[in-house]
Design a protein. Structure first.
Length: 483
């Protein structure tokens, strides 16, 4: 067997200083190492052209290496000062939003050319939809407690009680959030240091990652833009619980947030895995109510701590408006036909389409039965009658519901990040719809699926990009396919 040719440029685990030269899809910066032997490409996530960065090699092959970002040593000349604390969840916050949009559009369209084999994608481009709120747009945030903090002056780890976010590139080190990050609720984030001080005074320990022990684990906060209310969930272990008064903690939050405090929940998580909601843990209401209400395009949705709901609701309204525009673009093609909202979750898109269309029958289908129950409750609350929900597998749907055979003319697809597995996509194609409106939070998998759809006679009619997550590499796409 021939000996594997070793990489002469970098080794796994090596720490490099790199100048970022280009931007690739998904927020990956491209650096190049040059020598007499040629040019070697290095990818570093969450970096920008012009930055000098410190990165560690995670994966190395003959042609390229992938690194983990450790630190930005020098900013790009495109970046500007911001009044917010920098956090790993907003790597591009110092880049003007117009520049962010340009990078996202260019890299996404090139993806459809390369992976989806759509040569004329620029001609099919409809619109770049920006977020109505560029700052303070999130309705949920998770803050982690840690016994190991970060000293920003000396750039070292330090033993201290921290509450904030994981330090970039480390699973065991926290970084105190001292002020507003610009992403979530300003009042919550400006008061996080007070909440940290309160918890520290109890003399109960924050979670120690390497030792897998401690009392305080997470503080999760949800916000309603409709009512401006806040729902808190304190996650702890059970071991020292008798020493901590949950009622006093609720009163402390009430002092800070007043009428904005909708409720406080408490989760016990004794598992060593790094998750807020434990598979075997309990979730109890300590104070107030366990749900808040959010509004999207005039419809109300009840959200609990565990519910999936759009993180940027104001921008989700723009996303759903674009989906509805594409679904109802050709009214004759939709009237008196069935529109299937596949992977419908709690039924948001289906309900909005039903509220805008008089003559189409809308059906929502999802394999998760609990999501379908929530969808039915939401539709009832909103008084929407033109939509029916089914907990079903797409492959068996027509066998179990033959009344829809040959009538499904439009399918709305909104899959999870992993996209649609080819076997499932073939089953969807077999439903025989004339049109598909495909919403994706991961254009890489959507571009892959585009090639298969084109092989089966579907063509892209138009596509839009929606910037649901400013200051990150994420972008959502809405693509209209027609047969």
């Amino acid at each position: 067997m021939p000996r594997r040719e070793r990489n002469r440029f970098v080794k796994r685990g090596q720490v490099l200083e790199l100048k970022i030269e280009d931007y690739a899809f998904g927020g990956k910066g491209i650096a190049r190492i040059r020598s007499e032997e040629g040019e070697f490409v290095v990818f570093v996530p969450n970096t920008l052209p012009g930055q000098l960065v410190k990165a560690q090699v995670k994966k190395s092959s003959k042609k390229y290496a992938e690194c983990k970002l450790m630190d930005v040593l020098q900013s790009s000349e495109d970046e500007v000062e911001m009044p917010y604390q920098d956090i790993p969840g907003a790597p591009f916050i110092q880049l003007p939003i117009e520049k962010q949009h340009a990078y996202k559009k260019e890299s996404t369209l090139s993806l459809f050319k390369r992976i989806g084999k759509v040569a004329n994608i620029e001609d099919l481009f409809d619109e770049f939809v920006s977020s109505p709120n560029v700052f303070h747009y999130r309705n949920k945030m998770e803050y982690g407690f840690s016994a190991i903090g970060y000293d920003r002056v000396n750039k070292t780890d330090v033993d201290e009680f921290t509450l904030g976010f994981k330090r970039r590139g480390t699973w065991w080190m926290g970084d105190n959030l001292e002020k507003d990050s610009g992403l979530f609720d300003q009042q919550v984030e400006d008061n996080l240091k007070r909440i940290r001080a309160y918890c520290e005074k109890t003399n109960l320990n924050p979670w120690h990652g390497p030792k897998k022990e401690g009392f305080f684990r997470y503080l999760v906060v949800r916000k309603s833009y409709k009512t401006d209310e806040l729902l808190f969930n304190l996650v702890t272990t059970s071991y020292d619980l008798p020493k901590f008064s949950l009622q006093k903690f609720a009163a402390f939050l009430k002092d800070i947030f007043g009428e904005r405090l909708a409720g406080l929940l408490h989760t016990i998580n004794d598992e060593v895995g790094d998750r807020t909601i434990a598979t075997s843990g309990s979730l109890e209401l300590v104070y107030g109510k366990d749900k808040i209400v959010e509004e999207l395009l005039g419809l109300n949705f009840e959200i609990s701590m565990k519910s999936f709901f759009q993180t940027n609701p104001k921008c989700a309204e723009k996303l759903y408006t674009k989906v509805v525009d594409y679904v109802l673009e050709n009214k004759e093609a939709v009237d008196n036909t069935v529109v299937m909202d596949l992977f419908c979750g709690t039924g948001t898109i289906g309900q909005i389409v039903a509220s805008k269309s008089e003559n189409a029958k809308i059906i929502g289908v999802d394999i998760v039965a609990s999501a379908i129950e929530d969808a039915q409750k939401n539709a009832k609350r909103n008084g929407i009658e033109g939509v029916q929900f089914y907990a079903a597998d797409v492959g068996k749907f027509l066998m179990n519901h033959p009344q829809y055979k040959g009538k499904i003319k439009t399918i709305i697809l909104d899959p999870a990040r992993a996209g649609i597995v080819p076997k499932t996509l073939k089953k969807i194609i077999d439903l025989g719809a004339d049109r598909m409106v495909y919403v994706s939070c991961n254009p890489a998998t959507q571009a892959r699926d585009t090639e298969l759809l084109m092989e089966h006679g579907y063509q892209i009619k138009k596509m839009s990009l929606v910037d649901q997550f400013p200051h990150t590499s994420h972008i959502e796409t809405v693509v209209l396919f027609e047969r």
